[in-house]
Ligand binder design. Structure first.
Ligand code: ZN
Length: 347
């Protein structure tokens, strides 16, 4: 092969390499700018919710079986529904408002934040209780955070007819702590309602009362008497009907975004107001949006809180950290069959 031919081959190969590099670069650009299907859906979810004026909260959408957990959790902002335009009080229509990453429990050393006096149970004595997580009870088709009164009625009837026993928060704690003298009722279930919507007293309370079921309400006292939310008289009505009232932050904040001092205020002021207004103990917390960080856990421990509920999906057990208790999100759009599939079939 002569020198000219070698040179020709060399430049040909070089040109080929540059062409490949160029094509590779172009395809890289395309994949980094073109949104994936998931991104498109997430954006649509966010955009569709922006137009909805009245917010609330939702946790992730659990599948039929609680063991199968979704990685991302959907949450919404429950800001007040104050309307500066009219005298008409809009019904709260909770909707999906933003996507948030799930809390990062891996960054937390669970045992560092055990409440004082809690004895870690042995692995051989597991107690497992489904804690159902409701929000608003009204008509709002398409909104997974809202369950219709008819569907709630059907679910409560199912629990009643199939031997489940909704329990008070006190009974729940006695069972989790395996206190002697507290035999577990048949198929215990804890019913929880987040945020404090006025429909909880108008719709949920009469349905639960029909079956003599207690429930637990996690409320934000800073939102009391905002349009669509319970006022103190209504909160007292729920209490008298057998509901336990516990704190959910003063203003339903994103706690990890706050300073330590702000977190102390949000957590302890909510507890103080509930205890003052209702004369009860309010030391079981529920994280707004399911969000917390190390500071949150430290504040709970430092101020003597006994338990805290997340929106992580699963049955609640005595082997979870007392500050990281799981719950089961009740999707208002799902069928009775899907609801039934969430429940344990026996004790
Ligand atoms: Zn909430």
């Amino acid at each position: 092969m002569n020198v000219r031919r070698k040179r020709f081959l060399f430049y040909t190969v070089l040109a080929g390499l540059f062409t490949l590099l160029f094509l590779f670069f172009i395809s890289g650009l395309n994949s980094s700018t073109a949104p994936t299907l998931i991104e498109v859906q997430a954006e649509e979810l966010i955009q569709s919710s922006v137009s909805t004026p009245v917010p609330a909260e939702v946790s992730s959408l659990p599948p039929d079986k609680p063991e199968q957990l979704l990685p991302a959790q959907v949450d919404t902002i429950p800001t007040a529904t104050s309307s500066d335009q009219s005298d008409v009080i809009p019904a709260p229509t909770p909707s999906v408002q933003e996507l948030t990453a799930p809390p990062q429990p891996t960054s937390v050393t669970v045992d560092t934040y055990m409440p004082n006096g809690v004895v870690t149970p042995s692995a051989s004595s597991k107690v497992s209780i489904p804690v159902l997580n409701y929000h608003s009870v009204t008509m709002d088709p398409g909104n997974v955070v809202v369950i219709s009164p008819a569907k709630l009625e059907a679910q409560m009837k199912y629990l009643h007819d199939h031997g489940y026993t909704p329990i008070s928060l006190t009974t729940f704690i006695n069972l989790i702590e395996k206190k002697s003298g507290h035999a577990a009722p048949d198929k215990p279930v804890l019913l929880t309602f987040d945020d404090g919507y006025v429909d909880n007293v108008e719709e949920a309370m009469p349905i639960l009362a029909k079956y003599n079921f207690p429930a637990t309400l996690f409320m934000s006292p800073g939102m009391v008497e905002d349009a669509g939310y319970l006022n103190w008289e209504q909160v007292k009505q729920l209490q008298q009907a057998g509901w336990d009232i516990q704190p959910h932050g003063m203003t339903h904040p994103h706690l990890p975004k706050l300073s330590a001092a702000q977190q102390v205020y949000e957590i302890t002021e909510a507890r103080k107001l509930i205890e003052e207004k209702l004369g009860t103990q309010a030391d079981v917390f529920c994280y707004p949006y399911g969000e917390y960080n190390e500071t949150t856990l430290k504040v709970l421990k430092d101020h003597g809180f006994r338990y805290a509920f997340t929106i992580d999906q699963g049955y609640t057990t005595n082997q979870q950290s007392p500050y990281l208790l799981k719950r089961l999100f009740i999707n208002g759009e799902e069928s009775l069959k899907a609801f039934i599939n969430k429940l344990p079939k026996s004790n």
